[in-house]
Design a protein around this ligand. Structure first.
Ligand SMILES: [Zn+2]
Length: 240
């Protein structure tokens, strides 16, 4: 079971094209996008710009991808995506163009896939996908009851706190403590993250073992591909 993962593509068609080209290869069985789907800018204007990005570019592109490869991408929003546009993604899911994964458990050929869009609080203006650490902790405990951790892949938009995966340009750590506690306690097979675009560049690492769990944040300049039966097969692929 080989998966491919990218995150924080922020409406960059070049990155999407590169990702879908790689995702279309025969050996890839699941295609996963971890949030911050659309372009960003000032608030009001960008609600419509993100909606247009989904309707004019992304959904037709996914439809074509599915027709050519038979694969349906798994996707969720991140903290920079306006929740008010969820109806567009929900309609696309009903048409079979994509599968939404935040707070849902999907079967993945003997494994399980669970997404979680929410991040811990930030100084940024958009609060659609922010929660307090305690609330995140409560949500995650509910999700933990629905999976077999040893067979589960969790996609958290936010990285775990104080790791190689949550390092800002100034060297400080801003990940979620609740996400880290969850990984330490439940030890899922694999966790995939994003949100801190520069972390791999700053820390020099895009993956880290937390106990038996492999955690990955490829940043916004690369994607990763990995076999779930053999995590050592992990490969980082640059967009450019
Ligand atoms: Zn982002």
């Amino acid at each position: 079971m080989r998966i491919i993962y990218a995150t924080d593509l922020h409406g960059n068609p070049g990155a999407y094209e590169r990702f879908l080209k790689e995702a279309g290869k025969k050996k890839i069985e699941a295609v996963i996008i971890g949030g911050d789907i659309g372009p960003v800018g000032f608030m009001g204007l960008f609600i419509q710009a993100q909606r247009d990005f989904l309707e004019i570019y992304l959904l037709p592109r996914f439809r074509k991808f599915k027709k050519e490869t038979g694969k349906t991408p798994f996707i969720m929003m991140g903290n920079d995506d306006f929740r008010v546009n969820m109806d567009v993604l929900e309609r696309a899911e009903k048409k079979g163009i994509l599968k939404l994964m935040s707070q849902k458990v999907h079967k993945l050929n003997g494994f399980q896939l669970v997404g979680y869009s929410y991040i811990n609080e930030t100084p940024f203006l958009l609060k659609d996908w922010e929660k307090k650490e305690q609330e995140i902790k409560n949500d995650l405990e509910k999700l933990a009851k629905k999976v077999n951790p040893g067979k589960a892949v969790f996609v958290f938009h936010v990285p775990p706190f104080n790791t190689k995966l949550d390092m800002l340009y100034n060297g400080s750590h801003v990940g979620s403590r609740a996400v880290r506690d969850f990984i330490e306690k439940h030890q899922p097979l694999l966790t995939l993250h994003g949100h801190i675009h520069e972390s791999p560049r700053m820390s020099g690492q895009f993956n880290e073992m937390i106990g038996r769990t492999m955690s990955i944040n490829p940043g916004s300049e690369s994607m990763v591909s990995v076999g779930l039966n053999d995590l050592k097969s992990l490969k980082l692929i640059k967009f450019a």
